[in-house]
Design a protein around this ligand. Structure first.
Ligand code: ATP
Length: 420
């Protein structure tokens, strides 16, 4: 099995990611995060928010509505410009994004091999829906295709209530929707996803320097997740690739098992958006640098980076702070109440500080492997000696070494390790 299939199967088997609407045959390119997936996602979002909002004085948060007045999309240029080139295979009638066909399939239909396609037509990626009972042109609204416009239209509200001066940023984590023509590759390209975005407002003259700073910040973020430096690269967009609002864009591309593809983007959006919405600050229109981070692509990069097979075991070498469970508690034997009771006490003493798993099934070796596969960095076993010595065995996921730790010191022992 190739790496991608192994990851997809692990995600399903262990509760990270399930196919959307599965019991009804699924809904293509929708996925649900399971009990472990949602822990990983929450850890990513919390780390991001801490790093870019809480720890900084120049960036504030926002959570704006998904549905916005359609005039927003008219002004922002998305109604006209947020399009992809669509072609249809004349033989089997499957539709493709023309640039993907060129890039990945040498302009031949991957389904039937034909090279005969309809002419390109521009396809708008925004999902449409209606407000109220009447489905008419006047009740049309769109599901936002980016969170960014929420930050732009609130520019003045945020600036004035928080009394901000340039440079400052507005950050948001939220859902975005795109009617992608050729989605796929698991959670890489989906119809509904989450973005973590910052609109950073600056004086025009500062844009180059600020762009460089954000490139460093984004690289720092990736390294802080323990994503290996060799596994991502920066690629600048050619002129014809640039979005309708951008003067310069770079992509952080990750080497996914299915190829090197965009993970994050960094764009200089100029004063395009604020001008479009007729917004200004102290008589002039600030310019904008936009770092944007997709949550699903982050999850996928983290999983690809962390997946390892070592002899008998599969192990997710997640940075401890990202792991869904930080600690697993094992009473050595499930049928010895004195061990189970003591293990319960240890569990209760840790659960305020960590997400803790409990497992009392099967032999200890199997329980270790089971936790390795979901990336739990520490396993704690309570055995017969524990009662006499008031200690436990802590086993490390990566080195597989074991050491005995006094129960009174367990929280600070784990805290030290996990903070690293
Ligand atoms: P692509 O070229 O892959 O279509 P894009 O350049 O259109 O992506 P942006 O508009 O820059 O993407 O979106 C910002 C971020 O949102 C991306 O860097 C990515 O992390 C994420 N993203 C965009 N589209 C999707 C999608 N369909 N599924 C999952 N994540 C996405």
């Amino acid at each position: 099995m190739d790496l991608m299939n192994k990851i997809i199967s692990l995600c399903k088997r262990r509760g990270f990611v399930f196919p959307g609407s599965e019991i009804y045959g699924g809904l293509a390119n929708t996925w649900d995060f399971g009990p472990l997936g949602v822990e990983l996602v929450n850890n990513i979002k919390q780390l991001w928010w801490k790093r870019f909002v809480k720890d900084r004085e120049d960036i504030v948060g926002l959570s704006s509505a998904i549905l916005m007045n359609p005039k927003v999309w008219q002004a922002s240029g998305h109604l006209k410009g947020f399009v992809d080139p669509l072609v249809e295979c004349k033989k089997c009638h499957i539709r493709y994004r023309a640039d993907h066909l060129k890039e990945n399939y040498d302009n031949k239909c991957p389904n039937c091999g034909s090279a005969d396609f309809t002419a390109e037509r521009q396809f708008n990626l925004m999902f449409k829906t209606f407000i109220g009972p009447i489905e008419s042109e006047s009740s049309v609204v769109y599901l936002r295709p980016e969170t960014a416009q929420g930050m732009f239209v609130n520019f003045q509200n945020v600036q004035s209530t928080m009394r901000l001066k340039l440079p400052f940023g507005i950050a948001q984590i939220g859902k975005a929707f795109r009617n992608e023509i050729t989605p796929g590759n698991f959670i890489f390209r989906v119809l509904e996803f989450e973005q973590m975005e910052i609109e950073y407002f600056i004086e025009e003259n500062d844009w180059q320097e600020c762009f460089k700073k954000w490139q460093k910040e984004m690289e720092g973020w990736l390294l802080s997740l323990d994503i290996k430096k060799d596994n991502f690269v920066v690629r600048e967009h050619a002129k014809e690739e640039l979005s309708h609002y951008s003067k310069k864009t770079i992509d952080f591309e990750y080497k996914y098992p299915f190829g090197q593809k965009e993970l994050y983007g960094l764009a200089y959006r100029t004063d395009y958006d604020l001008k479009a919405h007729r917004l200004s600050f102290n008589g002039s229109v600030p310019h904008v640098i936009e770092p944007t981070f997709g949550v699903e692509r982050t999850v996928l990069a983290i999983l690809c980076d962390a997946y390892a097979e070592e002899g008998e075991r599969v192990v997710l070498k997640l940075k401890p702070i990202l792991a869904p469970y930080k600690v697993a508690i094992f009473p050595l034997l499930a049928n010895k109440p004195e061990l189970v009771n003591m293990a319960r006490k240890v569990f209760d003493s840790l659960k305020n500080n960590f997400t803790v798993a409990w497992d009392e099934r099967g032999n200890i070796g199997k329980r270790y492997y089971s936790q390795d596969e979901i990336g739990t960095p520490y396993c704690v076993t309570i055995d017969f000696e524990s009662q006499e010595r008031n200690d436990v065995t802590v086993r490390d996921r990566d080195s597989m070494s074991q050491e005995r730790v006094n129960i009174n010191e367990l929280t600070s022992f784990l805290n030290d390790k996990i903070a690293k």
